[in-house]
Design a protein. Structure first.
Length: 394
């Protein structure tokens, strides 16, 4: 398939970029549905979907057709011009949005969706302080990084970051104590992803809604990872709580870069022209992919399927009762397994057996599969996982 032999591909990947990523040692060259193939022709069951991006799997025919059609017509269209595909996508996205969210700012990644939400909160409230959660992850640009908790990511840039206070996730009293009339916004993931798959305890999101309302602060839900994969369109809908600003990215266009910041009419009306923008944001190619993704999720019932298959997956993992498993957590197809050992050797053994998953912190193994997963594939994955634990134990 590829013009380069595998060794040359792996070498270029390692040697022509700064060493920022822990490499998995294979080159992926093709995908179809829940399957991926490497440059040696080996097949893998994809339970990571590129950190949750390929929500409908790889080379989905409806998404591919939409991309091809749009690429042959108009790739780019600056936001100073209207566009038919963008209009259709915005209508579709707002039709499924949590109550009260009426306008969308489009960008190109998760961190940009968060960056926009924070800038809007600062601009609209005139306040400075951000309150975020420990273990929270919101991205790597400087605004989003201020909200991100992990010291490893923050420490090299500490003097450059906006004012943020990190409170224990799930603790209403700590949140109430941190939020005051200097607080511009509280930003939370309804289920913490990178931090190890921690769902918000019942009532916590509603409490955050009430606490921010009372202080005149805005509530931002970062659903960059949870969007479309927890058995609802958005994880906050399980709790019936709507934020003032909602950040989306990963699964939204099935792999084409996109970010979206949804907001209330009230926030939109307070944003002066020119206060924020993006050259590529809202380009018709990404909008075409996003529209096809949302339509396919809707028409083919994948959200309901993900609730069923996710519950089955969680149950099978819990029933393993493996001595090396400390806890199994998650909702829908966003599942974490906290281990009593490091996740890396287990991930390596699974990869060797043809199943790709992810870490979330050093000891939690994370599954973010495409929603297309079947029960047979879950059974295969759980068998491979159990075997990998036994191998890692030896
Ligand atoms: C991945 C992620 C981001 C950052 O998205 P990028 O596209 O990598 O910039 C932000 N928030 C959450 C919750 C994420 O999972």
């Amino acid at each position: 398939m590829t013009a380069h032999p595998t060794d040359a591909v792996l070498a270029a990947d390692q040697q022509l970029q700064p060493p920022l990523y822990a490499k998995r040692g294979i080159a992926l060259v093709r995908g179809e549905g829940v399957w991926l193939w490497d440059s040696e022709g080996r097949r893998y069951l994809d339970l990571m979907s590129n950190y949750g991006v390929n929500i409908l799997g790889h080379a989905h025919p409806r998404v591919t057709a939409a991309i091809v059609e749009q690429a042959g017509r108009l790739l780019n269209c600056h936001q100073s011009f209207a566009n038919d595909t963008r209009a259709a996508f915005l209508e579709q996205l707002l039709a499924i949005a949590p109550a009260g969210l009426r306008r969308v700012f489009l960008s190109n990644s998760g961190t940009e969706a968060v960056e926009a939400a924070l800038k809007f909160a600062w601009a609209v409230t005139g306040r400075r302080k951000i309150v975020a959660a420990r273990r929270g992850y919101h991205g790597r640009t400087l605004g989003a990084l201020a909200a991100t908790a992990e010291k490893k990511y923050r420490d090299p840039f500490i003097g450059l970051l906006a004012e943020a206070e990190h409170v224990p996730f799930g603790d209403r009293d700590a949140l109430a104590a941190a939020v005051d009339t200097a607080t511009a916004a509280v930003i939370l993931e309804p289920i913490q992803g990178e931090g190890g798959i921690f769902p918000a305890p019942p009532g916590y999101l509603a409490a955050a809604r009430e606490i921010t309302r009372q202080a005149g602060a805005l509530l931002i839900f970062d659903e960059v990872q949870t969007g479309f994969r927890t058995g609802a369109w958005f994880a906050c809908q399980h709790d019936g709580v709507s934020p003032d600003l909602l950040c989306l990215a990963k699964g939204l266009a099935n792999g084409v870069p996109i970010g979206a910041t949804l907001m209330t009419e009230e926030i939109a009306s307070c944003l002066p022209s020119g206060v924020h923008g993006s050259t590529f944001g809202g380009n018709p190619l990404a909008c075409a992919a996003g529209l096809a993704t949302l339509q396919t999720l809707h028409d083919e019932g994948w959200i309901a399927h993900s609730a069923d298959i996710g519950a089955y997956f969680l149950e099978q993992l819990q029933q393993l009762r493996h001595p090396l498993v400390r806890a199994v957590r998650g909702r829908g197809l966003m599942i974490g397994v906290e281990l009593k050992l490091r996740a890396t050797p287990v991930l390596r053994a699974m990869q060797e057996s043809g199943v790709l998953a992810l870490p979330a912190t050093t000891t939690t193994l994370r599954f973010l599969p495409p929603l297309l997963l079947t029960r047979e594939q879950v059974d295969m994955a759980v068998d491979v996982f159990a075997h990998a634990l036994d191998v890692a134990q030896d």
